[in-house]
Every structure is written in structure tokens, then in C-alpha cells.
Design a protein around this ligand. Sequence first.
Ligand code: MN
Length: 204
Amino acid sequence: MKRYTLPDLPYDHSALEPHYAGKVLELHHGKHHAAYVSGANTTLDKLAEAREKKDFAALNQLQKSLAFHVSGHVLHSLFWKNMSPHGGGRPDGDLADAIGESFGGFEGLKSQLSAAALNVQGSGWGAMAWEPLGKRLVVEQVYDHQGNIGNGTVPLLVLDMWEHAYYLQYQNLKGDWVNAFWEVVNWQDVARRLASVHTLDLML
Ligand code: MN
């Protein structure tokens, strides 16, 4: 069976300092992200076993576990690429135009996404996603890794608001973590993702 694997970071652990401490990034990637990869593989094994034994007594828990761990793996894989030591500033070109259409400008996106991230209840993420039916960008407030999102949306820019993401560096100052994130956003990466969703025919 195909296995999930932990991707390498696209930069050194300390590359995002001072905005993101190297030790925190190392733990986040090497321990937390790795646990989602391992959880996804374990869940796939258990699902295969359930099919072989024709025993679906634990299926509801396994389906929940699959959604949680695969979504955790997807969002962290995206998150690392959404950041860069050369990031920050503002988007330009087609991405800036799309943000202008959907949010009335960069400040509209920044304020809504920051508020969505800061107000997550419990663990979750703030995200900017492409909504293919309306062909527009939306902000989503993700519960855990998989809840409260619109079906069919494609996340393009995500911000981890789980305590493990920031607490060792920023303690309870979540706003400082959100501000730090904006300083390292890799807008080239987000623009590349937007350009690729335009080429998808999602048949919606
Ligand atoms: Mn995380």
C-alpha cells in the first residue's frame, strides 16, 4: 500500500528566525507533523485490516482518524511551503487582483484571515482557499485540521493556530504569532498555487 512520508523542510530550522524560532520549528516538523504522517499510515493499516476481516465495528472512529491525520499532513506540508526566509511584503500580479476581487484588497484579506486565526476556539487553522464553484477566494476557519471547511475548496495559504505551533515562542501572545507569520509569507508560493487551481476543471 502507498505510504505517507514526512517531507523535508524547504529551508533550515533556523531560517525563519527571528519570526519563527528554530527549536520550535524543529519540534513542529520533526515531532508534530511526523505524528500525523504516522497516524495516517496506521489508520490506513487498520482500515485494510477491517476490510480483510469484514469487521467495521470501529469504522466511525477510523474514518474520523483518517480525516484528522491526512488533513494534518496536508496542512502542515502546505504550511512549510507557504513560508520563506525571503517572505513577507504584499502579493502582486494575478494574486493581488484575485485578493482585491474577493476581499476588497490586501488589507481586507489580512484583517479577516488574522481574525479567523486569532478566534479559533480550541485547535485549528486560519486559511485562504480557492472556492471553485464561485471561482473566488475565501477565508476559512478550520477546526482541528478538517472541520468547518467548504467541500471542494483548495487551501492556498494556511496558518497553524494549534498551541504547539507557537506557545514555546510566543506563549499566550497569539497576536504576535499572527504578526510574525505575515512577515514570512511566501507570496510566490501562494501565487503559484492560485495559478494551478485555475487550470483545474473540478467539474463543479
Ligand atoms: Mn501544527
